[in-house]
Design a binder for this molecule. Structure first.
Ligand code: HEM
Length: 200
């Protein structure tokens, strides 16, 4: 029987939370939004760069991967600031800032969160929302790969989250790609988690 050849599972003590310090997340938020503002009205800060297709590369500031639950958290450095429709006094009626972004891929959450601040499209006072769910990530659409000590979630579809500040929830946003140095894994989604009543 082959079973005698199967390697024993790693002892529990081998499983751990791994710190992540190096990587890049590519996410352009939404192409039509970027095109609406234009690159001259788009200010990049804190290490964010623009790719030739107009999307942004965000540097990974820190993160962690838990290889028991296959839960990933990635915190991004930098910000992107969009300005348009300048008023006679020099201020911008459209003045939207995305910063402190972080991604979560876990059994219970697949999101891009962050701080969004801006003037509402419909007018009224400026809003700032911390820890806003800017987008949800469909991880089943990603090209997942772990090789050479690096993990990639390639081109996962994203959709506007409940707090994105600009578009109706569920609006298709740009795909997100995540590349980092360190281990990774695909979390189990769906009812298995709920059925087992595992603690959150
Ligand atoms: C002087 C003020 C503004 C003017 C004249 C203006 C004008 C326009 C026009 C003409 C469009 C394209 C047509 C349409 O979708 O209806 C548009 C789209 C849009 N505007 Fe504004 N706008 C203004 C302020 C704002 C503000 C403050 C926001 C919120 C941050 C905003 C967010 C958007 C968004 C999200 C779109 C859709 C872009 C897309 O994905 O195609 N606008 N705006």
């Amino acid at each position: 029987m082959l079973s005698g050849l199967v390697a024993a599972p790693a002892p529990q003590s081998m499983a751990a939370e791994h710190q992540i310090t190096d990587g890049t997340v590519t996410w352009g938020i939404k192409a039509s939004w970027r095109n609406y503002i234009g690159s001259t009205g788009t200010l990049l800060d804190g290490g964010v760069t623009r790719n030739s297709d107009g999307t942004f590369d965000w540097p990974v500031a820190s993160g962690s991967f838990d290889d028991i639950s296959n839960s990933l958290r990635i915190d991004l450095a930098g910000s992107v600031h969009f300005r348009s429709h300048q008023a006679p006094d020099g201020s911008y009626i459209l003045d939207s800032l995305f910063k402190d972004l972080y991604l979560t891929i876990s059994p219970t959450e697949q999101t891009i969160r962050g701080t969004y601040s801006g003037n509402p499209r419909e007018g009224g006072d400026r809003v700032e929302t911390e820890d806003a769910v800017l987008a949800t990530i469909d991880i089943t659409s990603a090209d997942f790969d772990v090789s050479g000590g690096a993990t990639t979630w390639g081109s996962a579809r994203t959709f506007g989250g409940p707090d994105n500040g600009l578009y109706k929830e569920g609006t298709p946003f740009d795909p997100v790609s995540i590349d980092y140095t360190g281990p990774g894994g695909i979390p189990e989604l769906g009812d298995k988690f709920e059925d087992q009543g595992a603690p959150s």
